[in-house]
Design a protein around this ligand. Structure first.
Ligand code: HPA
Length: 257
């Protein structure tokens, strides 16, 4: 299906876009919107998962345009990897050069507590799928998450006195959360956090030559690392309460990209 591209999205001149994951809507609540388009009206796939909006907003941050994609679709909803990354194609087409991805994730690193943020240094694609099937083939993945952007975000976080972890994100297909045995496996594989998104978009963005950064909101301990059970409600409400510290970092860092 062909995307419909409204002229105002191209003419706004935004070169940086943020994709917001589960419960991370508050990141943009204080921004003044310039325009807004529903995914459905743009020909983009729409998620049915509670807590995921489906809207592109353009807002101004210190006078500069910033594009915000509120909501994404997931492999576990039955979308193919190439459908999951249609958003990335769309953003590239309207002139985006830097892509900031966010997600909610479980922490499997005992030193990274729930409620904090982790910037991705690398990932493990354990989804069993790639958005590049059919081409382009053999794209280099040595530095998916830009060193330049990571260093910028670390500088801003330390100036603000905010803890910003950095680590490896393991993407599983879901939709179920992991078993305790799977969490132990992920720890042995070198993962720090686990989730069900972001990696297809990051792979596609690199294939299109975009600069990528990604942040996990660590909403819960991985299964078996703490007493109790996991629930989607717990994950989205933890995301909402952690949103403001990333919002402070982004507000200061984005104009410097
Ligand atoms: N596992 C997978 N995905 C998640 C989790 C988790 O523990 N928390 C938030 N998204």
């Amino acid at each position: 299906m062909k995307n419909r591209i409204p002229r105002e999205l191209v003419e706004c001149g935004a070169t940086t876009a943020i994709v917001l994951g589960s419960g991370l809507g508050p990141l943009v609540e204080e921004l003044e919107p310039v325009c807004s388009h529903e995914y459905a009206a743009l020909g983009l796939p729409v998620s049915k998962v509670p807590g995921h909006a489906g809207r592109i907003l353009v807002a101004r941050l210190q006078g500069r345009p910033l594009l915000i994609a509120q909501g994404r679709v997931h492999l576990y909803e039955g979308w193919s990897a190439s459908e999951v990354v249609r958003m990335v194609d769309f953003l590239r087409e309207i002139g985006i050069r830097s892509l900031i991805l966010t997600n909610a994730a479980g922490t499997v690193n005992p030193d990274f507590s729930p409620g904090s943020w982790m910037m991705l240094s690398d990932h493990l694609n354990l989804t069993g799928q790639s958005p590049l099937c059919g081409g382009p083939h053999f794209v280099d993945m040595t530095e998916v998450y830009s060193r330049r952007l990571r260093s910028l975000f670390h500088k801003v976080a330390s100036r603000q006195g905010t803890i910003l972890h950095e680590g490896v994100y393991a993407a599983l297909p879901g939709p179920q959360y992991e078993t305790p045995a799977e969490v132990r496996m992920l720890q042995r594989l070198g993962a720090d956090a686990v989730g069900m998104s972001t990696v297809p978009e990051a792979i596609k963005a690199r294939a299109l030559g975009l600069e990528v950064a990604a942040f996990s909101c660590l909403t819960n301990w991985g299964a078996g690392l703490a007493p109790g059970h996991l629930s989607h409600e717990e994950v989205t409400s933890a995301g909402r309460s952690a949103a403001s510290s990333l919002s402070d970092i982004l507000r200061e860092a984005l104009p410097l990209i």
